[in-house]
Design a binder for this molecule. Structure first.
Ligand SMILES: [Zn+2]
Length: 315
């Protein structure tokens, strides 16, 4: 039997795992900090892959989830938010020539969508919209059982849709993107701005996390409740736009902020339902939480290899 090596490159941690195609339980899994004083990120990645390389069985492919814009077809990483040395970095080519097996790369949110489609909340669906809401907002779309990529593989950056023209500045530098409003830092910014404007809250200063705002909201803090309600409304209105574009049968929410969905789900659904051009977009639409959690990138990378190597699929 052969194995697939999945890699998930995060801002603080790189994980590598081995899988048998068709089974989403890893055979083994190892983690390393992304940054180290003694080696480059790339050298750390090579040694991590060598560590999980199976001794008995063959490796059929290496499949890698990378944050930030990249070209899946060529394996070229344009940039990644937390790895400054990877600018126009030919990661796919370098790994392929080092390990001499096929190497596949894709954006981490795209691969998480693919993972949820085959092994998570999207099982049985053919058309899914996936949003991951944490320090940023990422997205992935599967339509007719195929992940959408677009011309250069840059499609479905759903966090960077303009939600409020001239709104707060996004991590990408543009104004008013969904990510600048409904991500964790967007929710924190809302509370900080309103505290500065003199609103009362059990929170003070500006050094608190989205989780602390969620706890304050659950204790009845009005400003914190308003911050999540506003995030939910903006998400709902934006998701209605995505429904018009993609017509999915399920919307899957992942990422740390979605753990607080009790605080924004109701306004989100109300705004989404009230913003569609025809009720059929929301009739029988499922809205669900992601099921793969932390492993979404690794499992998604496995699915990418399974899809690209159908000869590996178990009967
Ligand atoms: Zn943006």
């Amino acid at each position: 039997m052969s194995q697939i090596i999945s890699v998930d490159i995060g801002g603080t941690q790189i994980r590598a795992a081995t899988f048998h195609p068709g089974k989403n339980t890893p055979i083994q899994i190892q983690r390393n900090p992304t940054h180290s004083d003694t080696r480059t990120v790339y050298a750390g990645l090579i040694s991590l892959i060598e560590n999980v390389w199976p001794k008995e069985e063959k490796v059929r492919a290496i499949s890698v989830a990378v944050p930030g814009p990249l070209e899946p077809k060529t394996g070229l990483v344009h940039s990644t938010p937390n790895i400054k040395e990877w600018v126009s970095f030919p990661l796919g080519e370098k790994l392929q020539s080092h390990f001499q097996v096929p190497v596949h790369l894709d954006n981490d949110a795209n691969l998480a969508a693919l993972g949820e489609w085959r092994y998570g909340a999207g099982k049985g669906h053919h058309d899914i919209l996936f949003l991951t809401i944490s320090t940023g907002i990422g997205g992935g779309v599967v339509l007719d059982d195929r992940l959408l990529h677009g011309w250069k593989g840059l499609a479905t950056e759903l966090g960077h849709i303009t939600a409020i023209p001239d709104g707060p500045i996004c991590s990408c530098g543009q104004a008013g993107h969904l990510e600048a409003i409904a991500s964790g830092p967007g929710i924190v910014r809302y509370v900080v701005d309103h505290l500065k404007a003199g609103e009362k809250s059990i929170l003070s200063g500006e050094n608190f996390t989205p989780k602390e705002i969620a706890n304050a909201a659950r204790n009845g803090d009005r400003l914190s409740l308003a911050a999540f309600r506003r995030a939910g409304e903006v998400l709902g209105r934006t998701i209605a736009d995505f429904l018009h574009m993609f017509n999915p049968s399920i919307v899957i929410l992942g990422g740390g902020v979605s753990q607080s969905s009790d605080l924004f789900m109701k306004p989100m659904i109300e705004m989404m339902t009230g913003s569609v051009m025809d009720p059929n977009y929301v009739k029988d639409l499922v809205v669900a939480k992601a099921e793969l959690g932390d492993e979404a990138g690794l499992v998604g990378a496995l699915v990418q290899a399974e899809v690209l190597h159908p000869e590996l699929e178990p009967n």
